[in-house]
Design a protein around this ligand. Structure first.
Ligand code: AMP
Ligand code: ZN
Length: 464
């Protein structure tokens, strides 16, 4: 059996993963805030989490995976100020916050399917767990760690002795969790809202009665409440993007552990950012790329999935169309090869072991991809390569079997005329009549096919 090693933000070490219960894993991953489309930066994080889950499954664990949908309470600023992102989305689109949430939740679910991300065991909405969140505030109230001000009910972080341990805030003088602007009445910069009151004189689309007044839950509360409801007070792994560690996850830990007196998650894994123009790709900055934008540049969702394997999950990855298109070509080539190969038979044990070693070594996907290509270029029979590749695909999730079959079907239906044009182009290239070859490529494109020059010869791919 393989032993998975993972970097744990909490201990700042790569350590062996030891589940709380034999053969079972409780996994919580922070989900999307559904006020806009998710961008490919968000999906980098969801894809890293999917790889983690697939590796756990390949290692023989049963994974109980919970993901939340943030459909209320996530404010524009992390300092408990500014508008609720959902209410902002509603104003932008002239809809209710409920309609906006529903629309982008559906869009998110569709994206997960085309990215071949395994569905969570439970995908749960914050707005469907208001009572659980109120219960948690009451538990904290009983411990004497909350206070009420004009704006809402707050958590007094000075009463949490190890507040900020996830990112070593104490050592940093509590600076990382703090913001310059402070809500009036807040006692300490790192205190955070548990319940916010609806603004006086105005009605929000989403608001609820509570023992403290009409309002809505603070963003951090939902993940604590839902994780503990579905996974228990202590569970195995909690994930999110790196931006979540200093505030969101720090506050989740403070609330949960203060309320229960028990450790919350054993391991914390934070995926690094996808960068655009040197900075984090972000919804708030406006300049972000969605799956639809990728399609406009002939990059498929699975081509993007392949691209994310080019960097380790704890390293930054820079977006560029060139890099993305190179990844798409490599992915296409892999599929073309798989489509050439016969029935899978006994695989290549040597490469299968190398692959499992790579993914169990802190999810080293660049190394895993290197093993894929070593296998492809090896002298093993094609049937063995196919068998191993399909095994790898349980972790890679590149949908190789189905995509290869699609290519086989497409190949059967290439019109005679196009086959003739390809032959003419191949001849023109051999005779170095490149201008003719280029115009033939354009002509082929007009018939609905892209042409690819690969070491195995000329390939055609139907334009989607
Ligand atoms: P949000 O919808 O803003 O709540 O974000 C959903 C997930 O995407 C969170 O885990 C974020 O940490 C993550 N995320 C946001 N921006 C990026 C980015 N540029 N690269 C990678 N992950 C990101
Ligand atoms: Zn969360």
């Amino acid at each position: 059996m393989n032993q998975l090693h993972l970097y744990n933000t909490l201990t700042r070490k790569v350590e062996p993963f030891v589940p709380l219960k034999t053969k079972q894993v409780g996994l919580y991953t922070c989900g999307p805030t559904v006020y806009d489309f998710q961008h490919i930066g968000n999906y980098r994080t969801f894809l890293f989490e999917d790889i983690l889950k697939r590796v756990l499954l390949a290692d023989g664990y049963q994974v109980n995976h919970v993901m939340n949908i943030t459909d209320v309470g996530h404010l524009v600023s992390d300092a408990d100020e500014g508008e609720d992102k959902l209410e902002k989305g509603a104003r932008r689109e002239g809809k209710t916050a409920w309609e906006v949430a529903e629309f982008y939740t559906q869009a998110f679910k569709q994206d997960l399917v085309v990215l071949n991300i395994l569905p969570a065991s439970k995908l749960v909405r914050a707005t469907e767990h208001i009572q659980e969140q109120i219960d948690l505030i009451q538990a904290l109230e009983k411990k004497g760690v909350t206070y009420k001000i004009a704006d809402g009910v707050y958590m007094d972080t000075s009463k949490v002795k190890d507040y900020g341990k996830l990112v070593g805030l104490k050592a940093k003088g509590l600076k990382a969790g703090a913001r310059v602007d402070m809500v009036k009445g807040k006692k300490h910069p790192t205190d955070f809202a548990l319940w916010k009151f609806s603004p006086e004189g105005s009605k929000r689309d989403m608001e609820w009665e509570s023992p403290w007044g009409v309002g809505f839950p603070g963003w951090h509360l939902e993940c604590s409440a839902m994780a503990m409801k579905y996974l228990g007070k202590t569970f195995d792994i909690h994930c999110g993007g790196v931006d979540h560690a200093p505030i969101h996850h720090t506050n989740e830990i403070a609330q949960s552990e203060t309320a229960t007196g028990k450790p919350f998650a054993q391991m914390w894994c934070h995926g690094e950012f996808l960068l655009m123009d040197g900075g984090k790709m972000a919804k708030s900055s406006g300049g972000f790329i969605t799956l639809k934008n990728l399609a406009e540049h002939q990059v498929s969702p699975l081509g993007y999935r392949y691209f994310t394997f080019s960097a380790h999950w704890r390293s930054k990855l820079s977006f560029s169309w060139e890099a993305l298109q190179a990844a798409q070509s490599a992915y296409d080539r892999l599929l073309e090869l798989a489509a050439d190969w016969d029935e899978p038979k006994i695989g290549c044990a040597e490469f299968e072991q190398q692959f499992m070693d790579a993914v169990n070594d802190d999810l080293n996907m660049p190394q895993a991809l290197a093993v894929v290509w070593k296998l492809v270029k090896s002298d093993y029979p094609d049937s063995a390569k196919l068998e191993s590749l399909l095994k790898f695909d349980e972790v890679l999730g590149l949908d190789i079997a189905r995509q290869a079959e699609r290519i086989r079907q497409e190949r059967k239906h290439i019109p005679e005329k196009v086959v003739g044009l390809v032959k003419e182009r191949d001849l023109a290239r051999t005779e170095k009549r490149f201008a003719v070859a280029d115009s033939l490529r354009d002509e082929i494109k007009h018939t609905g096919f892209n042409i690819m020059d690969t070491p195995e010869g000329t390939r055609l791919r139907k334009i989607a």
